[in-house]
Design a protein around this ligand. Structure first.
Ligand code: SF4
Length: 372
């Protein structure tokens, strides 16, 4: 695809780099900030409450904060970053909403809300936001529209946070809220490690957005140093590895950047993660018609995962521009059965929103020429 790049003036870049978005300031840092401004500590809580639960778009929307303090924040280079929603598509059943958000001329990303019917004892639907962590992606998976864009840039923590808050605001207006978060949008979250972790801290801190850590899943295509680092963080998030193949030959065809890490390395890293955290890793497997969905491949996958207590999540793939197809339903179920027969726990993900370009990166690809 063609890619339009915008050259920014040095002056503009300098101005941006000197500003700090309040959505990247951790609660402890907010305490230090208000004290530095000569304000009592409770002002930090007022700021956090307004930022995370009232959706201010600009400094003057912070009505609880004295105007002198707001002026001091502006003077010191603090801003409230706000994203523009440039496109919205809702699936026919209303359960999937996909947005294109623009943060600046260089930053246009997708984010998705997937809703599932409430379970018996709950009155609200499960509302899962799927966030992006990069513009484009360096991993280059051949079946992924984002992978085919190439890599443009890492997102900042505040840009990751804003995707969740944007949907939280939409849901709040109908009496609902964000219940879950998956890092499965554009980009490889562990290749943007520090900003991803900062975003998780902001979204889970009780004084900020307050989402439960166990409601979050990070999906990686296999950045092993990042997985090992994550195991050492005191964060109770779930980890999923996008495996897609049971052997290196096939995996390298689907994930060309997989080179340095073998399938065996990934399984070993998953075991280390479990040993350190007590949390089992899920293996995601995008099922592609005629590529990685044969009986032979299923048997091989069952063989390498048997006895690991592994859980496999099969994802019948959404069609993308690459011409890859979703297998027929009976093939998906046969693949699942082979894994189960091999004593491997296996579920099939309910795919949502295929008719609204819900595959990762697809909407941005479809829309970019129209809106830039
Ligand atoms: S599937 Fe994920 S890791 Fe692979 S190219 Fe797409 S966004 Fe990147």
């Amino acid at each position: 695809m063609s890619c339009i790049r915008v050259i920014f003036s040095e002056e503009y870049n300098k101005k941006i780099s000197n500003m700090t978005d309040l959505y990247r300031v951790l609660p402890e840092e907010m305490d230090d900030l208000v004290i530095k401004l000569g304000q009592p500590r409770y002002r930090a809580d007022q700021l956090l409450q307004a930022l995370y639960h009232e959706s201010p778009k600009k400094m003057s929307d912070l009505h609880q904060i004295p105007s002198a303090m707001r002026d001091a924040l502006v003077k010191d280079g603090y801003t409230i970053g706000s994203e523009d929603e440039v496109h919205r598509v809702v699936s026919e059943d209303g359960h999937t909403t996909k947005l294109l958000l623009k943060f600046d001329e260089k930053t246009l990303i997708e984010t998705v809300l997937m809703q599932y019917s409430p379970t018996q004892d709950k009155t609200h639907p499960r509302s899962t936001v799927c966030v992006s962590t990069q513009v484009g992606c360096p991993m280059g998976c051949v079946f992924c529209a984002t992978g085919q864009m190439g890599f443009e840039k890492n997102l900042k923590a505040e840009e990751i946070v804003s995707q969740v808050l944007h949907f939280a605001n939409i849901l709040r207006q109908r009496g609902e809220h964000v219940t879950n978060l998956v890092f499965m949008g554009m980009g490889e979250p562990l290749a943007n490690y520090d900003e991803t972790i900062r975003a998780i801290k902001l979204l889970t801190h009780p004084r900020a957005f307050g989402l439960g850590q166990r409601s979050i899943t990070i999906s990686t295509v296999g950045v092993i140093p990042g997985m090992d680092r994550l195991a050492d963080e005191n964060i109770q998030v779930k980890l999923a590895i996008s495996l897609h193949a049971p052997n290196d030959e096939l995996r390298k065809k689907l994930v060309p950047t997989a080179g340095p890490h073998s399938v065996g390395d990934l399984i070993a890293a998953a075991k280390r993660y479990f040993k350190k955290t007590g949390r089992r890793v899920t293996f995601e497997y995008a099922l592609i018609d005629g590529i990685n969905d044969s009986t032979k491949v299923a048997l091989e996958l069952a063989y390498i995962l048997k006895g690991n207590g592994a859980h496999v999540n099969l994802i019948p793939m959404n069609p993308t521009a690459g011409g890859f197809k979703r297998p027929e339903r009976k093939r998906v179920l046969a693949f699942q059965q082979i894994l189960r027969n091999g004593d491997v726990n296996c579920t099939v993900r309910v795919e949502k929103g295929a008719e609204i370009s819900a595959a990762c990166g697809q909407l941005r690809t479809d829309m970019i020429e129209k809106i830039r």
